[in-house]
Design a protein around this ligand. Sequence first.
Ligand code: FES
Length: 98
Amino acid sequence: MLASAELPEGARRVVHAEGRDLAVVRVGGIVYAIDNVCPHRNGELGHGDLQGHHLYCPLHAWCFDVRTGKAFFPEGAKVECFEVKEEGGRIWARRRLP
Ligand code: FES
């Protein structure tokens, strides 16, 4: 999906995987991936501001936790959160099993 070197600490990228665009970030050395599309009005989360584990939508600042996909603001909003594996200098993401 993405080379590890393309995602340094604090970086965010938009990557196509699992048939959709994902917002992929690295925080504290760990890679997280959530759906790139904001449920409010389709803002691209992967182009938003990353502060710690909080990723802010660039359009109206809804704020999502990259560890869970759940929004801090507004409460109750959510995007899908993907399972991530980093191995051999590559990053992979896939849907979580139910
Ligand atoms: S489109 Fe994301 S907050 Fe409005």
